[in-house]
Write a protein that binds this ligand. Structure first.
Ligand code: G1P
Length: 292
């Protein structure tokens, strides 16, 4: 089994970042000097993905423009000797074979993934949520691809989260797999659990690798939490039919889709960016003195 394709659902309405996200997709907000979605595409590419489908909606056409060539700007940059910048904007469009599809209605993450059925065909594929950025040595998607390829089944990224936060995610019941320390088998999964539904503090976070069997399940998946077709509900059903792994991945997750999550992401990346880390450190220290 070889994972070559990835789907990036990016059709959400971004209601935690209004009014900004009324017209600017949350996936296009800058994290220092690149839009959030570019970090996600880069993770996919570093994980061996060649073909990427980005699911958008009618107010996100700017994402398609971003991953296209821009000859007019390129020519202008080259004419004024700014070849490095010209190369930089061209590389964005050449990173992978990226196609787009519009999810005409926002019916849930499960519905978004089902939209990718033809794109995936009969191959396993990865799913990377467009507003979750993962930082770390080894790409999280690659960690899942390796587990999925080793065991020949679906594998999702999971982490232990604070129990008072689990209601924002999903909750898993799971059991160990052979002599693995970081890989578990999912037995049950509940999306956005209420206090009396919590199975554990282990939650799926932002990254998935599926066998095409998930489409059979999604095709008749009934709406779940919030009246939406939930991917987690389909994972729970798939796990009853075949092995689905939860990989306790290494790396830090940034949720760029909320005001504080976005600011945290920008600050962390800015503190590591050669363009601005020295300036930002100095500014933070000055500010901290003023505030203390
Ligand atoms: C989605 C998934 C949820 C997951 C979360 C974080 O929820 O449905 O299972 O834990 O992403 O990756 P959302 O943040 O879209 O509400």
């Amino acid at each position: 089994m070889k994972v070559r394709k990835a789907v990036i659902p990016a059709a959400g309405l971004g209601t935690r970042l209004l009014p900004e996200t009324k017209t600017v997709p949350k996936e296009m907000l800058p994290i220092v000097d690149k839009p959030a979605v570019q970090y996600v595409v880069e993770e996919a590419v570093k994980s061996g993905i060649e073909d990427i489908l980005i699911l958008t909606n009618r107010s996100k056409a700017v994402m398609e423009d971003y991953f296209d060539y821009h000859p007019e700007l390129e020519n202008k940059l080259r004419a004024s000797g700014r070849n490095e910048d010209a190369d930089l904007i061209r590389r964005v469009a050449d990173m992978a074979n990226i196609t787009f599809m519009r999810q005409k209605e926002t019916l849930g993450l499960g519905h978004a993934v089902l939209c990718a059925k033809e794109f995936a065909g009969n191959e396993p594929f990865a799913v990377l949520l467009g507003d979750d950025i993962m930082a770390g040595e080894k790409p999280v998607t690659l960690q899942l691809v390796e587990a999925a390829e080793k065991y020949g089944c679906s594998a999702v990224g999971a982490r232990h989260v604070a129990l008072d936060q689990i209601g924002k995610y999903c909750t898993l019941r799971y059991e160990p797999v052979e002599d693995e320390e970081k890989i578990f088998r999912i037995l049950e999964a509940i999306e956005k659990p209420g206090p009396d539904q919590i199975l554990s503090d282990f939650a799926i976070l932002g990254r998935y690798v599926f066998t095409p069997r998930i489409f059979e399940i999604l095709a008749d998946q009934k709406p779940g939490y919030g009246g939406e077709i939930q991917l987690t509900d389909a994972i729970a059903r798939l796990a009853k039919k075949e092995k689905v792994l939860a990989v306790d991945f290494e790396g830090r997750r940034f949720d760029t889709g909320s005001v504080t999550g976005y600011l945290e992401t920008v600050l962390e990346y800015a503190l590591h960016s050669p363009k601005c880390s020295a300036w930002l450190r100095e500014y933070i220290l000055k500010k901290a003195k003023e505030l203390s």
